[in-house]
Design a binder for this molecule. Structure first.
Ligand SMILES: Cc1cc2nc3c(=O)[nH]c(=O)nc-3n(C[C@H](O)[C@H](O)[C@H](O)COP(=O)(O)OP(=O)(O)OC[C@H]3O[C@@H](n4cnc5c(N)ncnc54)[C@H](O)[C@@H]3O)c2cc1C
Length: 305
């Protein structure tokens, strides 16, 4: 049943029609619950509030299905403005973005041009830009882009997904770049040709890659709401004298807020992933696929004034 629900929401997440309809409904369903607001400026009070609670942030301008170079350029400019505003307003925030939003499905040169402009701004302000990982068909291209930029820029990081068979090898191949990596279980529907179909195997591989990246001595983000993974990381760090400044926990905005606070109180670095924008539909559907009880948030959002 769990698999059917997950597959159903992941199937819905790809619907262009529903995406358009969701945009026209506006973001009332999700705003203040799982996203910051319609645009970056309207998310600033939320960022300040999170910072005030000892949480750092990474913001993500939601946007999937980008299929024109004009939109990709707009996304690039928006990202640059966001980095500049973060610096101006002295917010404790980084930026996350998807390569498809910069034109990955249109033209690789376009992505390189857009990403160069973004990373030049990021280096100037010393603000980390994390390349989110999308579905497996885009993984190699995304890693190639990351490797190329990482060899020239400091303020760029990316994400590896525990459900992919290839990930352990990717960690080995990235090692010489001393990368800051966000490690996640993986959010997309993948074939068993490329990804572990069983959750137990994904969890086991997640522990393996957390261990590998931390013992390699590179800064690591453990992005999971799973207590078992959090405990595993704490224990690993204490066994190997890995200090708290070498890693951080990350969770999505609106999920497990109490746990986020407890981790801050224990002295761990805790970062909240805060999406914003009208294009919230695909993101929202993937969250429902992970945990259908997130529907409760949606209904509260719809009925609340
Ligand atoms: C900051 C961040 C960034 C991410 N970036 C990416 C990315 O770039 N690419 C990508 O593919 N995926 C990304 N993801 C999503 C990720 O891959 C997983 O799909 C998602 O985090 C669900 O896996 P999990 O490890 O949190 O826990 P799960 O395996 O879904 O759940 C394990 C257990 O954790 C507990 N739990 C989980 N969620 C909740 C909740 N909301 N409330 C209470 N308990 C809960 C439950 O006990 C559950 O049984 C990101 C996730 C985070 C947190």
């Amino acid at each position: 049943m769990e698999v059917i629900t997950r597959d159903f929401f992941l199937f819905l997440s790809k619907s262009n029609l529903l995406n358009k309809m969701a945009q026209s409904w506006g973001s009332r369903v999700a705003a203040g619950k799982i996203i910051g607001g319609n645009d970056f400026n309207s998310s600033i009070p939320t960022i300040r509030q999170l910072n005030h609670q000892g949480l750092s942030v990474t913001v993500d301008h939601l946007g999937e299905f980008v299929n024109s170079s004009e939109v990709a350029k707009e996304r690039t400019e928006e990202c640059i403005r966001t980095i500049e505003t973060i610096a101006d307003q002295q917010l404790n925030s980084q930026v996350s973005l998807k390569m498809t939003s910069l034109g990955l499905d249109i033209d690789l040169d376009l992505v390189y041009q857009n990403m160069t402009k973004i990373l030049q701004t990021a280096e100037k302000h010393k603000i980390m830009v994390t390349i989110d990982m999308e579905d497996e068909t885009r993984c190699q291209k995304t890693l190639d882009i990351f490797k190329d930029f990482r060899s020239r820029y400091e303020y760029v990081s990316t994400v590896l997904q525990a459900y992919l068979y290839r990930t352990e090898q990717d960690i080995d191949e990235l090692d010489s770049l001393k990368p800051f990596l966000r490690l996640v279980k993986g959010a997309y529907k993948e074939s068993e040709k490329v990804a572990y179909p069983e959750k137990a195997d994904v969890d086991a591989n997640y522990k393996k890659i957390i261990r590998k990246q931390l013992l390699n001595g590179h800064y690591t983000a453990i992005a999971s709401h799973d207590d078992k993974m959090i405990e595993f990381t704490k224990q690993l760090a204490s066994e190997h004298n890995i200090t708290k400044d070498m890693f951080e926990f990350q969770m999505l905005y609106g999920m497990r807020s109490q746990t986020q606070q407890s981790l801050v109180k224990e002295g761990y670095n805790m970062r909240v992933y805060l999406p914003y924008g009208n294009d919230w539909y695909g993101y929202f559907m993937r969250r429902l696929a992970e945990r259908p009880s997130n529907i409760a948030f949606a209904f509260k959002g719809m009925t609340k004034k």
